[in-house]
Design a binder for this molecule. Sequence first.
Ligand SMILES: C[S@@+](CC[C@H](N)C(=O)[O-])C[C@H]1O[C@@H](n2cnc3c(N)ncnc32)[C@H](O)[C@@H]1O
Ligand SMILES: [Zn+2]
Length: 379
Amino acid sequence: MLTKIITEGTTKVEVPVPDENSNFPPSSVQVFYNPAMRTNRDMAVAAIACFSKDNPDYTYLDALCASGIRGLRIAGEVGLNTTMSDWEEASYELIKRNIELNGLSNCTAMKRNANVVMLDGSFDIIDLDPFGTPAPFLDAACFSTKRLLCITATDTAPLCGAHKKAGIRNYSAVPLKTEYYPEMGVRILMGAAARTLAKYDKAMTPLLSYASAHYVRLFAKVKKGIREADESLKDVGFLSHCFNCGERKWTFGLAVHMEENCPLCGHKTSLAGPLWLGRLHDREFCVGVLDEVKKREYKVAEKLITLCRDELDIPMFYDCHKLCKLQRLTAMSTNELILALREKDFQASRTHFSGISFKTNAGIEEIKKVVEEVAGRYR
Ligand SMILES: C[S@@+](CC[C@H](N)C(=O)[O-])C[C@H]1O[C@@H](n2cnc3c(N)ncnc32)[C@H](O)[C@@H]1O
Ligand SMILES: [Zn+2]
């Protein structure tokens, strides 16, 4: 395997050099490495540094570590005791060399099935970064984590409803393909995580959850306790969507009654769930992560965490262009629409999910009136 040494953050990593003739993902390469996931790893460093600020003795598991780049950065740049594991021999050899390259004494390398590692012991913080869906690892991770569960899921099509059957199989939930599909993906994953943690009498409190172009990411605080687990399940529920007029409604609970027809236009509604309907982020945590991100000069992550910190925590976001199209109007400025909603005493904010979208507590009919009014200013 041809390799080179790169630097990410302040960590040096020996990574494979992909064959120029092969397509991505590089099939000829024995160990996976994706430079495009740098912001994902930057955010992990900042979030985990923030989470473990007063507890430098927390243990961290990079359960599917490939070159070890993620775990190496946590060990070197945050300072936590880190276990890095991958079942591939080539990965295991590379992880050991990378630990040596960085002179780290707080790392353990393992060549094991991730599920075995997690069922065999417990870790304060577990990070899952699989190929595609984290579903095959979710049970063991929820069993093993003591304080924080971090998940990356790159199976955005099943999560967001584009591949509905795969979504149902992997997450025991029905996703729906709507204009707010990235938020659907985040909430389907969060719902599955909360329900799996509850099996082990653990409660989930989301600290930071976001979607980017190719993946969904979750940092969730975990607390052991039957009462807490029951409480956390109260944030799981169902969503109904009307594809005719855009009305959405949600109901908390796992055995719920929802109207079959849209209360606004009478059209048959479509259902999604069970999914997470509670908060996506903890604002105080976002402020802490922002501090870490600034200190470390992660420019892309800074923009993302700022948007997460400032967005309203109301399901689901509205797409400004989609609304205009629905009303046969030309597209307008999202900022202007947000200001117009606020002038009417509604809450409204931008969202990290998309640059042309917003969140609000206004209902669809009220939003449409405001859209009409703003459009009138252009005439
Ligand atoms: C997407 S890569 C990890 C990338 C890495 N975390 C990074 O940031 O570059 C997924 C890794 O999981 C490993 N893997 C897949 N299934 C596994 C299993 N059941 N147990 C252990 N490792 C596994 C693969 O060998 C691969 O290296
Ligand atoms: Zn309707």
